[in-house]
Ligand binder design. Structure first.
Ligand code: 4UU
Length: 609
């Protein structure tokens, strides 16, 4: 059975132009505005230093970078159509990405915690030839390029370092100058001239791919998601009617008494959620965006107080922190502080929430993973206790849908806790029930299929995966199972695809499985996600068939050894935190497909070693 729905919002007009012009264009009739707001108004603010980039400066920097990208020494110049951005969030990010866009190139955005091997997959698959990177990441890029056979000279010609010190004046003490000597610094690319903005982007050019984020989709390894200019201009326009607030800042700095909206979050810009909601949407709305790399509760609360933040974008595990649960901050989402002592951590959070004035905060917006109703009510109460009357809302989407599909409007947040909200305008939806294998026992539940202007062009150079994901008449199959209530609100109840999400980050099981098979003592392996209520996330767990029988005494050290071995080879979010279970045989279908459902059932009853 199939339910078919359209949005209850009236359709919004969409446009065919480049994402650069949409957000940072100037109109001849009001030359002192950029994207419709004063050129002098703040666009991005560095949370720690307070350094600010105005809309006008951002536009100008981007056009200067674009000019230099067009004038790079050959042979790079003709081949550099895709540029890899590999950097933690920094105030330099917006100029990097819009510089690439203004040059008419494509930007592929990589997880800044990647190991050289993980980065190599994306760099080669995306066909990149140039890398913008933070000074602290230079070593990873160098190792990656060396493994591709690049000479030292080639390596230096393919890297542009972009540290925040350019804007903040801070020096990155972690990187010795000598390491960076001879590398092109982003500042050297400024001041050479400005590229003329390409404004005629109507028609086919707006269907050009502009970003390549990587997603594993429903199955397999990460694939390049071709996001077009039209996908992005469309998603921003369809979010707007459902977005809770948009009081722009029209002055050169945030007024002391507030009265404007300020967006803030430390979601990584390389992921579609942070990229669209913290980097693109604020420019469309005219609201400043406060930039921070990595999550540290004290710095997070301090930034809310200092910049009168009104809307903060988060992922569910951050709520755990605010609920003062004795969880730990983990290295995968804290670049700064790792707590080993739970009590110390707990005290730290308590004081952070009490110490800083959080009263400006009106909305906490969650996404990327399920948000439990109990967590919402604990955090709401906790924040009320320190004078912050905060509405907790959320959105749902995927990299492939650019991303937002559902948004929970703030007026409905209380009455529909746990729901991901309503369908955004200009989108169509199908709830496809049970094709063969039952999805879930919940009546009315079905797989979400979405159609509309925000659906990706396809997976890069992968027509098979594209055809499996998008039907010939344009329906994108999300792999998520949802129910719809009588008021038209959708709740995600299950995931049909292989994907595991650790704190909002994608963990493709196929990637871990093929890595495990390279271990000399492993004959076969399967990886699934197991739920951790304490951390409000899933944890990757491996089921392993050892290549020789192990005695029960050997198992614990074998399991620890495998966990360490994996940790050395993957970014922190892919570590096997859900433990290891030794099995005799991986359950598979006649066609050799891992029967993950069986393992998930099994996981409910077992304790991992
Ligand atoms: C339950 O995580 C994302 C996108 C996140 C996003 C999008 C729009 C957040 C807020 C917003 O407004 O993208 P991916 O590609 O990394 O992961 C996509 C998967 C989905 O298929 C679903 O399984 O992440 C899960 N997911 C969610 N699950 C995303 N948002 C939610 C949610 N509740 N709110």
């Amino acid at each position: 059975m199939v339910g078919r729905y359209s949005s209850s919002y009236p359709p919004v007009p969409l446009c065919r132009r480049s994402i650069f012009t949409h957000l940072l264009g100037i109109s001849p009739s009001s030359p002192s505005t950029v994207g419709g707001f004063p050129a002098s108004s703040p666009a991005f603010i560095d949370a720690l230093s307070g350094a600010t980039i105005t809309r006008g400066t951002l536009r100008s920097h981007a056009l200067q970078l674009a000019f230099s990208l067009h004038n790079l020494p050959s042979p790079l110049v003709n081949r550099t159509k895709t540029v890899l951005i590999f950097s933690p969030n920094s105030i330099t990010w917006p100029a990097m990405i819009f510089g690439v866009v203004a040059a008419g190139f494509c930007a592929t955005l990589a997880n800044s915690a990647y190991t050289p091997d993980e980065l190599k997959h994306q760099y080669t698959d995306a066909g990149a030839h140039l890398v913008f990177t933070h000074p602290s990441q230079f070593g990873t890029v160098r190792t990656m390029l060396r493994s591709l056979g690049c000479s030292e000279q080639e390596i230096r010609s393919r890297i542009i370092v972009a540290g925040a010190q350019w804007i903040t004046g801070d020096k990155d003490a972690s990187v010795p100058d000598v390491e960076l000597k001879g590398l092109v610094n982003i500042t050297q690319l400024l001041g050479r001239g400005e590229l003329k903005e390409e404004v005629s982007f109507d028609g086919e050019r707006s269907n050009e791919t502009v970003y390549l984020c990587y997603s594993s989709g429903t199955t397999g390894k990460p694939k390049g998601v071709e996001t077009t200019h039209y996908n992005l201009t469309s998603v921003l326009e369809i979010i707007k009617p459902a977005w809770p607030t948009s009081k722009p800042c029209l002055t050169p700095s945030i007024p002391e008494q507030g009265g404007v909206d300020v967006l803030f979050g430390c979601l990584p810009f390389y992921h579609i959620y942070g990229g669209v909601k913290l980097l693109h949407l604020p420019l469309l709305l005219g609201t400043p965006s406060v930039v921070m790399a990595g999550f540290d509760p004290d710095r997070f609360c301090a930034a809310i107080a200092r910049y009168h933040v009104t809307v903060s974008l988060v992922v569910p595990p951050m709520f755990v922190v605010f609920a003062r649960h004795p969880g730990r901050s983990s290295s995968s989402f804290s670049h700064f502080i790792i707590y080993d002592d739970l009590t110390e951590y707990d005290v730290h959070i308590t004081t952070s929430i009490q110490k800083h004035d959080l009263s400006s905060l009106q909305i906490l917006f969650s996404g990327a993973a399920p948000l439990g109703a109990d967590l919402v009510s604990t955090v709401t109460k906790r924040l009320k206790g320190v004078g912050a009357d905060v509405a907790i809302t959320q959105g749902y989407g995927l990299t492939e849908t650019s991303p937002t599909v559902f948004l929970l409007p703030v007026p409905d947040a209380d009455s529909h806790v746990g729901s991901t909200g309503v369908l955004l305008p200009n989108l169509e939806l199908r709830l496809v029930e049970d094709e063969g294998e039952a999805h879930t026992d919940i009546p009315g539940a079905g797989e979400l299929w979405v159609r509309g202007p925000t659906i990706m062009k396809g997976y890069l150079n992968n027509p098979t995966a594209t055809a499996a994901a998008i039907t010939p008449d344009g329906w994108f199959k999300t792999g998520d199972i949802a129910v719809r209530d009588k008021d038209g609100f959708f709740t995600i109840v299950d995931r049909r695809k292989e994907l595991i999400k650790y704190k909002g980050f994608q963990v493709p099981p196929a990637e871990l499985e093929s890595l495990l098979l390279q271990h000399p003592e492993i004959a076969d392996a399967a990886v699934i996600g197991v739920e951790s209520k304490e951390e409000a996330t899933e944890l990757p767990r491996a089921y392993i068939v050892p290549s020789r029988p192990l005695s029960s005494q050997e198992i614990p050290s074998f399991a620890l050894g495998v966990q360490d071995w994996v940790s050395q080879r993957v970014a922190p979010h892919k570590r096997l935190r859900g433990g290891i279970v030794i099995i005799d045989v991986v359950p598979k279908s006649a066609a050799g497909k891992i029967l993950r459902r069986e393992l998930r059932e099994r996981a409910k009853t077992e304790v991992a070693k």
